[in-house]
Design a protein around this ligand. Structure first.
Ligand SMILES: N[C@@H](CCC(=O)N[C@@H](CS)C(=O)NCC(=O)O)C(=O)O
Length: 232
């Protein structure tokens, strides 16, 4: 049995981590059996980040390496795509994982309006002495990581413009199709749902979420379609 190690649900979505939600959505799209193991502290993960899986005694970390490994076992959600379709899927996945996900992180952890919602949601149940320093420490680590990555050096308005461009690109690429994979989902749909559900369906209010809901009705409909098809 495949075991998926990930954060618990939060913000009204199955997982507040785009990467955990991506892997679990992929497993559901593929119809694979799995067991979820909740982890609260990512420092216990093999690479210090979630998700990771256990499969046939092997421990595999990182959403992309997990999906690549699962594909190698014979379940390929991208089998219906030609080379250009697979390349397009990879570009969509990289946009979601490497650009939109850090933008979500910024508006949750660094921007004050996000932090006043993130802090109680993630740390509200911590014992009182830990409340004093753990949330601030993790927020500072996140701020430093985003500065090192580069996006954390920009103003909120500049970041929001990046987000708008990303969402416009996703909306244009989706067009009238049900999925990024066309009539049936592909791996890029799992990556897209991981970030889009966290932007559009999450109860936490962020400027990206407000913008996405107002300006990108096709992406809102996409999230609702995937939620009812794979998460109802
Ligand atoms: N490249 C990794 C990224 C995973 C990742 O960034 N996970 C975040 C949650 S969204 C995490 O565990 N962060 C904890 C930390 O950095 O301390 C993947 O695709 O799985």
């Amino acid at each position: 049995m495949l075991r998926l190690f990930q954060f618990p649900p939060n913000f009204g979505v199955p997982n507040p981590s785009p990467f955990c939600l991506k892997v679990e959505t992929w497993l559901r799209m593929a119809g694979m059996d799995y067991q979820v193991k909740t982890v609260f502290d990512p420092r216990k993960a093999p690479k210090g980040k979630l998700p990771f899986i256990e499969l046939d005694g092997r421990v595999i970390a990182d959403s992309e390496i997990i999906l690549r490994t699962l594909k190698a076992t014979g379940t390929d959600l991208d089998a219906h795509l030609d080379a250009a379709g697979r390349a397009r899927g990879l570009c969509i996945t990289r946009l979601c994982d490497e650009h939109l996900a850090p933008l979500i992180l910024y508006f949750r952890w660094v921007a004050d309006a996000g932090w006043v919602q993130t802090r109680p949601a993630f740390f509200g149940k911590l014992p009182a002495p830990l409340q004093l320093f753990v949330p601030r420490m993790i927020r500072n680590q996140t701020r430093k990581a985003l500065r090192a990555q580069g996006l954390g050096r920009h103003t909120p308005d500049e970041l929001l413009l990046f987000a708008r461009e990303d969402l416009q690109a996703l909306s244009d690429l989706l067009g009238d199709s049900a999925f990024f994979g066309g009539e049936q989902p592909c791996s890029a749909d799992a990556a897209a749902y991981g970030v889009l559900a966290n932007i559009i369906l999450a109860t936490l209010e962020t400027p990206i979420g407000q913008m996405a809901r107002q300006e990108f009705p096709a992406l809102v409909a996409y999230c609702e379609r995937l939620r009812s098809q794979f998460w109802a």
